[in-house]
Design a protein around this ligand. Sequence first.
Ligand SMILES: CC(=O)N[C@H]1[C@@H](OP(=O)(O)OP(=O)(O)OC[C@H]2O[C@@H](n3ccc(=O)[nH]c3=O)[C@H](O)[C@@H]2O)O[C@H](CO)[C@@H](O)[C@@H]1O[C@H](C)C(=O)N[C@@H](C)C(=O)N[C@H](CCC(=O)O)C(=O)O
Ligand SMILES: Nc1ncnc2c1ncn2[C@@H]1O[C@H](COP(=O)(O)OP(=O)(O)OP(=O)(O)O)[C@@H](O)[C@H]1O
Length: 577
Amino acid sequence: MPTPDATLSIAEQDSVFRPRKVHGTTVGVLTEELQAAGYEPLLTPVGRREHETRLSGAAMNPQAVGPGDLFVAVSGARAHGADYSRQAVDAGAAAVLTDAAGVDRVRHQVGYRVPVLQVQRVREAVGPAAAVIYGNTAASEPALFGVTGTNGKTTTTYFLRSLLEELHRPRGQHTGLIGTIEISAGQDAIPSQLTTPEAVQLHSLMALFRERGIAAAAMEVSSHAISYRRTAGLYYDVAGFTNLTQDHLDLHGTMEEYFAAKAELFTRRRTRTSVITVDDPWGHQMASVATGRVVTLATAGQAAEVDWQVVDVEPDGMGHRFTLHHARSGERLRTRTGLPGLFNVSNAALAAVMVLEAPDAPYGRQEVAEALQERDPFTISVPGRMQVLCEAPAAIVDFAHNPDAMIRTLDAAAATKGEGRIILVIGAAGERDRSKRPTMGAIAVRMADHVIISDDDPHGEDPAQIRAEVMAGAREAVESGGLTTQLEEIAPRAEAIERAVAAASPEDTVILAGRGHEVHQDFAGEHRPIDDRVELSEALLRHGHSPWEIMDSTVRQSSLQTDGVRNSPPQQSDDHG
Ligand SMILES: CC(=O)N[C@H]1[C@@H](OP(=O)(O)OP(=O)(O)OC[C@H]2O[C@@H](n3ccc(=O)[nH]c3=O)[C@H](O)[C@@H]2O)O[C@H](CO)[C@@H](O)[C@@H]1O[C@H](C)C(=O)N[C@@H](C)C(=O)N[C@H](CCC(=O)O)C(=O)O
Ligand SMILES: Nc1ncnc2c1ncn2[C@@H]1O[C@H](COP(=O)(O)OP(=O)(O)OP(=O)(O)O)[C@@H](O)[C@H]1O
């Protein structure tokens, strides 16, 4: 679960990715467009001045409002945005879009200083409204590749971006990325606040991508984003489905509802081509309910009646080499990924098939085949995703923070550990799907040899209570299974990491699960700096091991923006791998 990065304010983040020139519109035209789209807008007051009011941007957070913006005031769990209208109008908002409950609140705050557009389904209308303001249409967007699923979104979008770069760079074109770790447009990148930003920001980004000649973009689409209509008004050339397992039941209630949220993406209305991984029953169900052009992909085992199948998987370094086989044509493409874990074969295969099946692409199939076979696009560092920091002991930082991801990560470690032990540091986030805590504790003790339960992001909860819930599941599994797993509870997290490394021999594997690339822990709103990768590297050095250099840009970026966080990569010894 991403922790919003406190180092970059919403206003700062918003301003980085606004286009320089905006198409813009008037309140009158916007009203007509929303009417045509079925939102039944009510504009008050109805005068010529209101109709002609120009709009040159849109913002949902008052801190991000600039002159000429449409301020979108939604009703949420914490507040009604309309109660912040004065701040927005003082910052230059030219009009407000809100729901019926918001209109009186806006008037209470700012009287009749600005026109107010009232619609019924305001969250749903935000995307279409922002698209009108920024002049975005399906044809004007870059080729958009959206990835959804419980696990693998971030990794798959990094793989996609890497392959797309290989194909577009020779054409002098750039690519973009929108996801949990960063938003990037060509060379520029900033840390993300959300996995999938709000619609106002997404449309501003689409306009910016156009302005900067970004030809293709890979984007994570979270189930929250679909439920909260953040992606309304965007049209995907290709949408990819990774998998569905337990997570986010605090928002969705049941797996069926969680599935239904994701399924919205795989409809003709939203997406031209859907590529669906059918390794689990949810994948098969997704393929059967998807509308429009559907391409299926099986990455594990032999499946009947799929379009693409992963075959001939062989270990290759820390990763795997594999072949993509197209059932109808018999086409075979060999490629590899250097990232550990069979699930990364699935992620790489999905990225490859999404690009191979993209409609109206400027590159041919032969070019994609060459890039896959010769340019190794899936051997890249994805920050905090199976990120290997040392060989002996093997030391891995991974974002696994739900039961399925933990099982797969620990499976991957078991496959390469040889005679060594697996030492695991885990925690669970507060204010998120509580039911997974004991399950994760149980998985940990069943699959690792030494488990240290520590803190993740407690958010507003008591960290000791969260640890106790993880511990309860772990103890129960140890007792009922007669396990010999060594089990400890250590907080703060830095001490748990130190303990894990102190306990490790060179043949062991140390895994820090749950926090990946994140650089703060949120304790009731207090952001305490900690980066698992830095802590791990430093502990390895202290204990005489030879960690690799941390090679990704996020760490460097964060060190620029984080007050006091120890983010500089450690000094390397001469003999590191
Ligand atoms: C559960 C969820 O997604 N909530 C999001 C939702 O909150 P909400 O509808 O309850 O709105 P609210 O916070 O009450 O605010 C309502 C309005 O008042 C305004 N407001 C509110 C408070 C204030 O002080 N000032 C202010 O102006 C807000 O800008 C907003 O316009 O809309 C808010 C405004 O955009 C988001 O900030 C908020 O995301 C919160 C921060 C969040 O943590 N979201 C996470 C869970 C999330 O979306 N995660 C997924 C990834 C999940 C995963 O796969 O791991 C993501 O895509 O990032
Ligand atoms: N295809 C996959 N299937 C199962 N587990 C995976 C898969 N890919 C990655 N994982 C595991 O899930 C963790 C998160 O991976 P990644 O960040 O790519 O997924 P995500 O969907 O973006 O996650 P989140 O929504 O929590 O940000 C990884 O660190 C790894 O442990």
